[in-house]
Design a protein around this ligand. Sequence first.
Ligand SMILES: CC(C)(COP(=O)(O)OP(=O)(O)OC[C@H]1O[C@@H](n2cnc3c(N)ncnc32)[C@H](O)[C@@H]1OP(=O)(O)O)[C@@H](O)C(=O)NCCC(=O)NCCS
Length: 332
Amino acid sequence: MTTLKQATGPAFTRIYSLGAARGDRVVPNDDLVGPIDSSDEWIRQRTGIETRTRASAGNLAVDLATEAAREAIEKSGVDAASIDLVLIATISNVQQTPSMAAVVADRVGANPAAAYDLNAACAGYAYAVAQADALIRAGAAHYALVIGAEKLSDIVDPTDRSISFLLGDGAGAAVVGPSDEPGISATVWGSDGSKADAVGMNGTLIDFRNGEAAWPTLRQEGQTVFRWAVWEMAKVAQQALEAAGITADDLAAFIPHQANMRIIDEFAKQLKLPEHVAIGRDIATTGNTSAASIPLAAHRLLQEQPELSGGLALQIGFGAGLVFGAQVVRLP
Ligand SMILES: CC(C)(COP(=O)(O)OP(=O)(O)OC[C@H]1O[C@@H](n2cnc3c(N)ncnc32)[C@H](O)[C@@H]1OP(=O)(O)O)[C@@H](O)C(=O)NCCC(=O)NCCS
């Protein structure tokens, strides 16, 4: 019998570099409170958000993704032409096909890399990091460009009190490649589609086309999602530490999805994070950018505290479909 050749790859991977792009407009709470009968004070107290970044009309998610990707590639030292896998986690591509990933691969000089988008909502970046790590170690790719990119302002209803005021626009990118030492731990991930109604779009494009519903926008049952995040996701974060074979003491940083500052504080308490662990709090000025929020928060932490470079970061994403993903990575 002829032996079939099957691919194998390097034993370990790591993140080489990060890039970031935020929407070009700074939108303070006061600009949004009118139609939702809210106040700057309420939003600050209940969410920790002071302003959020949103992108102008001509600045699409694919443009934010390209900008973030260019920075990450430049910092990585990897030739763009060597990147053979481009993954974009997003829920806000305005064209269902082609994928943003194929367009960005071409724009940054990585054509003809394998390229596809994936939808795991606010867990998208953690899912994409898990895929890049697994595909490189399996020998399916050598260097991966992983991006979370969202323009959520296109899918908000300014009169909706449940979520609209939380959301911002941005993209964060990472170059992932082979490593001599472990740089990305096992990912703890999953979903619970039985709770699909808790957060997501409020209609379909077919209903919109038929004039039976308005342009679909994001909605959530805030308290349901809040409780799930605080109770269930803290457990997942703990499991990710265990899967990585470390404890909270070993962390340099904790970078959760930027959904609500109160959720971030509650995680820190439940995980008993020591004082020395830096915590991503990018939500205060960027808002919740779904799949982009973790790499954006990581990028900011490294900009503000460059000494974190080389340390371990626990990152956890969670969101619509009640999907979640958490892993420990070595910061570039
Ligand atoms: C949305 C969220 C900020 C609401 O905060 P909350 O503390 O749960 O607020 P509640 O729904 O309990 O409402 C508390 C009060 O504020 C009011 N309120 C609700 N939304 C409001 C708003 N946008 N502005 C002002 N007041 C508001 C309510 O009417 C209620 O008033 P009452 O006490 O007089 O009845 C919060 O639930 C949240 O962040 N949820 C999870 C977000 C998340 O992780 N999303 C994941 C998607 S990625």
